[in-house]
Each structure stands twice: as structure tokens, then as C-alpha cells.
Design a protein around this ligand. Structure first.
Ligand code: ZN
Length: 311
């Protein structure tokens, strides 16, 4: 009933020595899930690549071609911390394809929910600019795909990464059909995500930002998440929920650092599932964003998966 979308191709996105967003994050997670016997309990499926048209649901052709050209010519840097290696384009179109693979299986009614164990992550990528370790916006493409292929009108994106998902916000800022809800540390990278950023034009009121100081206690954090999910979902009545699941809110994360405990990821997941059951037949696709504690990230993801599986 719970899908795990994964492919070794994600290990080929090479960010170089000493980069926090590295292949070991996924290697350690896969090994851990196998050791814990969870791998066999999940429906593990390899992702298809997102097509040129599907990437184009969010990113203009010129931007996608730029990323491909950098990869084809051996690689290069988009900014001080965002790298495109020779294999990154191929990894990135499969990372974008992962939620699409999951959505197709869920919409066929075969599976209930999914976690996409992918890299590169996506939520900082704006339509025209990769940044913050992100090349294509996996969650944003997924939301547009649900609307264009399945004709569902209202998609909800819950982003619990410690950083504000500026790329996702930008994509849907004027759009009343995709509700973007982010809880994040503030002030912090990338600088956006103030409380008064609530959308514009027809999209006014369809973005909610909950900026939190670094010393926010985990109890307060989960209470706020519960309130904001319940209130905004009641107002919006989503037909599908996408999660930008970052695990860099974890208290020991080397670059994130709110005070979230491993067990809190169960609470967050259960709130999302409860909301999805109330509004949209339990349809949830979760995509890995951040999470950089190499030895504890696997346990954070295990906790998230067990809740998706109800174990
Ligand atoms: Zn993050």
C-alpha cells in the first residue's frame, strides 16, 4: 500500500567532496531500510524519467536545456552550493519522474501513498533558476502533473523542510489551485518565507508561511503544524497532497537545526495522512528534500515510512 520510489541513478549526481547534499544520504538510507526489514514491506518501484513536456509544466525550455548542456559538457556550478555534474541531468529528470510514477500508481487505485527517495532535491528551484542544491522542482512538477493529467483542481503542498521552499512558492504565488504551506526556520536561507507572504492576485490567501525562530521547541513545532494543516486544508479541500519532506529540522542536523526529534516525523506524517483521508482518499506523495545528518537521516526516514505504512 505504500510505495518507495528509488533508483541508484540518484547516486550518480556528484556534488563533490565535502558537500552536505551527497550520495551517502541515500546509500545509508537504503542500507538502513534493508537492515530494519522495512524494504520488503514497501512496494519498491523504479521511477521513469519525467518527459521534456512534464519538466516544461514548471520550467521553461531554455532553463531545462541549460542544465542539460552543462551536464553534457562535463558539469559546472549554478551558484556557490548548487552543482551540475555530468550525470546530474539524468538523475534530475528521474527525481522529477519519481512522484509522477507514484501518482500514476496511486490514481490507478493500486497504492495508497508514496515516498520518493530522490536527489537532487527540488523546492528551492524556481521555474528559471536552480539554487540551494536543487535543479528541477520535483514537487511543483508533480502538482502540475496531477492537474494536467488527472484533471484534479486543487493540490496541496505541505513543506516541512527547515528551509523555506522559495521555488515552490514562486511557481504558485498567483495560483489559487495549488495551496503552498511551509513551516521553516526564519530568518534563514534562502531569506524568503515571511508571514506576510500569502500569495498575490488570484493566489492571495493560497500561500501560508509559518516562520519559526531557531529555538522553537519540538512540541510547539508539531502543535503549530497540526493547526496550520487542519485549518488550511479545511479551507482549501485538497484533492491530492504532496509533501516536501525535508529532515533538516532534526535537532542534530549539521546545517538546519530546529529542535525536531526523530519521533516527531511520525506525528507530522500522521497529521498529513489524517488530512488526506478526510479530504482526498488518503492520496499522499512525499518527496525527499533536505536532511543532512548522515547517520540519523535514515532513522528519520524510517519513522516517516512506518507512519505512511501505519506500522
Ligand atoms: Zn532544507
Amino acid at each position: 500500500m505504500t510505495l518507495l520510489i528509488y533508483d541508484d541513478i540518484f547516486l550518480q549526481h556528484d556534488t563533490g567532496v565535502g558537500h552536505p547534499e551527497n550520495a551517502q544520504r541515500l546509500e545509508n538510507t537504503v542500507r538502513h531500510l534493508k537492515e530494519r526489514g522495512l524494504w520488503e514491506q514497501l512496494t519498491v518501484v523504479r521511477p521513469r524519467a519525467a518527459s521534456i513536456e512534464e519538466i516544461g509544466l514548471v520550467h521553461p525550455q531554455a532553463y531545462r536545456e541549460t542544465i542539460k548542456k552543462i551536464a553534457d559538457t562535463g558539469g559546472g556550478w549554478l551558484d556557490a552550493d548548487t552543482v551540475v555534474s555530468a550525470a546530474s541531468y539524468d538523475a534530475a529528470i528521474h527525481a522529477a519522474g519519481a512522484p509522477l510514477t507514484a501518482i500514476d500508481l496511486i490514481m490507478k487505485g493500486k497504492e495508497k501513498n508514496a515516498f520518493c527517495l530522490v536527489r537532487p532535491p527540488g523546492h528551492h528551484a524556481t521555474p528559471t533558476r536552480g539554487m540551494g542544491f536543487c535543479l528541477f522542482n520535483n514537487a511543483a512538477i508533480a502538482a502540475r502533473y496531477i492537474q494536467s493529467k488527472y484533471r484534479l483542481e486543487r493540490v496541496f503542498i505541505a513543506d516541512w523542510d527547515v528551509h523555506h521552499g522559495n521555488g515552490t512558492q514562486d511557481t504558485f504565488y498567483s495560483d489559487p489551485t495549488v495551496f503552498y504551506c511551509s513551516m521553516h526556520r526564519y530568518p534563514f536561507y534562502p531569506g524568503s518565507g515571511r508571514k506576510d507572504e500569502t500569495g498575490q492576485g488570484k493566489g492571495k490567501g493560497f500561500t501560508i508561511n509559518v516562520p519559526l525562530p531557531a529555538d522553537t521547541l519540538s512540541k510547539k513545532y508539531t502543535e503549530l503544524f497540526t493547526d496550520v494543516m487542519e485549518q488550511s486544508a479545511a479551507q482549501f479541500s485538497p484533492e491530492f497532497i504532496i509533501v516536501s519532506a525535508g529532515f533538516d529540522t532534526y535537532k542534530k542536523d549539521p546545517i538546519g537545526g530546529l529542535n525536531v526529534e526523530i519521533e516527531d516525523f511520525r506525528t507530522l506524517t500522521e497529521i498529513v495522512m489524517k488530512t488526506a483521508e478526510r479530504h482526498c482518499h488518503g492520496r499522499v506523495v512525499s518527496c525527499l528534500e533536505g536532511g543532512y545528518h548522515l547517520s540519523d537521516l535514515p532513522s528519520c526516514i524510517e519513522t516517516h515510512l512506518k507512519a505512511l505504512l501505519r506500522r
